[in-house]
Design a protein around this ligand. Structure first.
Ligand code: B12
Ligand code: SF4
Length: 524
């Protein structure tokens, strides 16, 4: 019976990031049901004016019985130029500028960003509905499943906006699709049906069904995806390859650890290399290991080493790769392997250079270890770009902790070189299902039932986390940085902060006094 299914995977419009989610889903389904007809259609490669027409044509052509819509991102807060402008700058101009003209500019810019945001939201919902209606013209029983990063984060809010009977999926979707195609009960998967069962409480916290990942079959993917080549044309695309799923940490603002689950599941190194090899043979040289964390904890160091050793053995010598790296989990050997295998960019999300705050944010980092490991990495020959993500003002920030962050950053600059360390200044966009959300409830900053997808100024101001008493101070510093050096915003913010507040002692940054006191008390 499943043979008669025809599955269309439609990745909703998105910046051109390789749609690894639908690639993996269709590969998984093909391995289990080789006779099922499938097609991948990526709206990320289609110009906006053609979205509707291209979708219609694709459906008329393929006549799917099952529509799999993949929605990657909804949120837009970022320190970079985003869709419709720089959202962070607009918001800060509107909230914090003293000059009424700049406030007005912020308000207008904010309006533009807000309009773009809601238009995209409604447009995507419209495309989903349109696709279903069109498919039902050919197969009245055609069904709709939606999933992907954005749906995983906002699954509760989407329940009133999607057509009846839509299956809404949280986290990875392989086993859900498998059950659906076998006509099995899928109610134990991380999903719910619109108009049917309500999403279970804490659905997102449930563990994903375990799954052994094998190398994606790109010969097959090439056959079901006409625009596959699109991502091979530019040299600067980093093609996604997943090497593991899950993160065991508890960083207070992070939702990855619930989307992917705390259980780390390693994809066999041989399979990862086999997958990379297929891409390599098609001319790909840049890979992004799309793991929530490439080295989630010390006990996974040996897995990372095994993978990198196998990449070396495979002879793929001229590749580059990038990933999110917890730099507290490096060893000199691993650092050497990273440099040798072509890591040319990584992001470390230390969030703050103050050990005291890093502990309060439950990040489990030891900043002293991070520094030492960065020195090892440099000694191993790493000479490329590091993006260090700082989010000021998350919890209990003070002028002292800011001074510590500046000192810490300067130390990283001493290791890698000023031009090689890019301070990426984020302000945390508060996300549902995080500890920070609980903190906001406990401190009466947000009330349960708020809409995390709202971009209305009164909600956005709280979600774009920058609470007083330091909120206005950071607002003013960022505005000055945009005015004086908009093209090097992060470094400019650091410079202004240092001019205004000075630096702390490195030793002060690296120690968390309260914990020390607690330890001493415990010893006493
Ligand atoms: C790696 C990553 C990046 C890398 C991507 C590198 C690359 N070349 O691929 C980089 C650093 C570039 C990046 C950037 C951004 N990212 Co990002 N990123 C991730 C991360 C960690 C993994 C995504 C991934 O590829 N996973 C591996 C693949 C296999 O999984 P997947 O695509 O999610 O697909 C699986 C499931 O979702 C599901 N699935 C997918 N579609 C469907 C459909 C159906 C019907 C079903 C049943 C299931 C299903 O099954 C798939 C296979 O298991 C996620 C967080 C996370 N842990 O998921 C955030 C995430 C996707 N990013 C997010 C965002 C917002 C961004 C940015 C927009 C941030 C910003 N403000 O600048 C940017 C820009 C992206 C853009 N479009 O321009 C958000 C999106 C949700 C949201 N908040 O709106 C996420 C979820 C993080 C978060 N918590 O907020 N990102
Ligand atoms: S921020 Fe990174 S280390 Fe922390 S929970 Fe999220 S993915 Fe894990």
């Amino acid at each position: 019976m499943t043979k008669t299914q025809r599955i269309l995977y439609c990745r909703l419009p998105c910046n051109p990031i390789f749609p690894i989610g639908v690639v993996y889903l269709s590969d998984h389904v093909h391995k289990l049901f080789p006779d099922i007809e499938q097609k991948i259609f990526d709206l990320g490669t289609v110009p906006p004016l053609d979205f509707k027409k291209a979708l219609d044509n694709c459906i008329d052509d393929f006549k799917p019985t099952l529509l799999v819509f993949s929605w990657r991102d909804i949120q837009i807060y970022a320190p970079v130029g985003g869709r419709g402008g720089n959202p962070l700058q607009n918001a800060f101009e509107f909230y914090y500028a003293k000059n009424p003209l700049i406030r007005l500019r912020g308000a207008l810019g904010g309006l533009k960003v807000t309009t773009a945001y809601y238009s995209e939201l409604w447009r995507n919902l419209g495309l989903i509905k349109r696709g279903l209606q069109r498919a039902q013209q050919y197969h009245p029983e055609a069904r709709l499943v939606v999933g992907g990063g954005a749906v995983s984060v906002f699954y509760e809010q989407l329940k009133t906006q999607l057509p009846d009977k839509t299956i809404v999926s949280v986290g990875e979707g392989e086993t859900l699709l498998e059950k659906l195609l076998r006509y099995q009960d899928f109610s134990d998967e991380r999903c719910y049906v619109v108009g049917g069962n309500e999403p279970r409480k804490r659905l997102i916290h449930e563990s994903p069904t375990p799954l052994e990942k094998t190398a994606c079959n790109y010969d097959y993917i090439g056959k079901i995806w006409t625009d596959f080549d699109y991502y091979f044309q530019e040299d600067d695309f980093y093609i996604g390859v997943q090497t593991k799923r899950g993160c065991p940490h508890n960083c207070c603002y992070c939702v990855y650890t619930v989307v992917e689950g705390k259980q780390v599941r390693i994809n066999p190194a041989d399979e990862v290399v086999k997958e990379m090899r297929q891409l390599y043979d098609r001319g790909i040289r840049n890979f992004w290991f799309t793991d929530a964390q490439f080295i989630p904890a010390r006990k996974f160091i040996k897995d990372a080493e095994e993978l990198l050793e196998k990449i070396l053995e495979s002879g793929m010598k001229d590749i580059h790769w990038a990933a999110y790296i917890r730099a507290d989990n490096l060893t000199p050997n691993l650092s050497e392997l990273m440099a040798k295998t072509g890591m040319n960019y990584f992001e470390i999300g230390i969030t703050s250079g103050s050990q005291e705050l890093v502990r309060k944010m439950r990040m489990g980092y030891n900043l002293r270890t991070v520094l030492q490991n960065c020195r090892d990495l440099k000694a191993a020959g790493f000479n490329d770009l590091v993006s260090v993500n700082y989010s000021f003002n998350v919890i209990d920030e003070t002028f002292d902790t800011i001074r510590q962050t500046i000192t810490y950053h300067r130390e990283l600059e001493k290791i890698f070189g000023v031009d090689k360390v890019e301070p990426a200044i984020f302000f945390i966009g508060l996300q549902p299902h995080t500890h920070l959300e609980e903190y906001a409830f406990e401190h009466n900053i947000l009330k349960p039932g708020y809409d995390p997808m709202s971009l209305m100024p009164w909600t956005a101001k709280k979600l774009l986390w920058n609470p007083e008493p330091l909120g206005s101070f950071f607002g003013e510093v960022c505005l000055q940085a945009w005015q004086e050096n908009p093209n090097d915003f992060g470094r400019e913010v650091m410079k202004i902060l240092e001019e205004r507040l000075g630096k702390a002692d490195l030793e002060e940054a690296l120690t968390a006094p309260i914990e020390e006191k607690k330890k001493q008390l415990a010893l006493a």
